[in-house]
Write a protein that binds this ligand. Sequence first.
Ligand code: ATP
Length: 296
Amino acid sequence: LTGIYGPLNMLGFNYREIRQAFIDMEQMVGLTSMKPDITDAAQATPLPPATGKGAELAFREVEFRHDARSTGLTGVSFVSPPGTTTALVGPSGAGKTTAVRLALRLLDPQSGVVSLDGVDLRLARQADVRRAIALVPQDVALFNDTLFANIAFGRPEATEAEVRAAADAAELGQFIESLPKGLETVVGERGLKLSGGERQRVGIARALLAQPRLLILDEATSALDGPTEAAIQETLRKVRTGRTTLVVAHRLSTIVDADQILVLRRGKVVERGTHAELLEKAGEYAALWRRQTRAH
Ligand code: ATP
């Protein structure tokens, strides 16, 4: 293991990782056509120390327009208290990805405030924000390297114990044990091909390694097969405890136990509540739920 992280390799590896992490983050949130023009404020505020209970994420009257024609988000307000799960649902173009990009501070609102643990993200140090938030993307990018390196992606200084703990939490432990080379198995195009579920678990382990106070899950549009999907959902339910989670959901069945569900349409929150409350309201969410459950 130490061979990979030897001093000669360190600089190149780190640089590649950081660059790759950035490119990956862009791809994850569909940023390919846009470069974030975001810098630290002159007197950037540190985030308060993590409590181990998750962060408070708040949007207050957030306005964001991509350009004159597109809606982005208008007047979006919500608070995710520490340790809770907030789900974003809504039709394509409703603003879910825009909200995620604002939470990651890949975008700044034109007015209103996005804050993490009470600190306006525009005033926070970017390094703090990057450390506090981890994203499990729709499609987990793997590179041709060991499982260890793929999980430690973005945190090459992680110890073997930390990587194993993250892999265990993502319930990859048994799979890794079944491989003759364990964490040293090379994966990716030129190595062991991972199944969709295993890739997602690598993405979850990667995110958990950062011990984020805010975990953002961007659910894949296409479902895995039933049992794999159910097993991943079960893992995600476990890893959500002790941290705040923001989920972009395409399948409402994955968010029935969310603490709050925000239904977005054309950049606005048109309904909010728990699954049960929204069904009772018999509005857009209820209609969407009926459509999705009928389809099964
Ligand atoms: P989907 O479920 O399809 O991913 P979404 O709910 O995530 O949709 P967003 O991607 O946030 O929606 O898009 C919200 C609005 O902003 C849409 O009208 C979209 O066309 C517009 N938009 C998104 N990104 C850009 C961009 N880079 N430049 C201009 N307009 C954009």
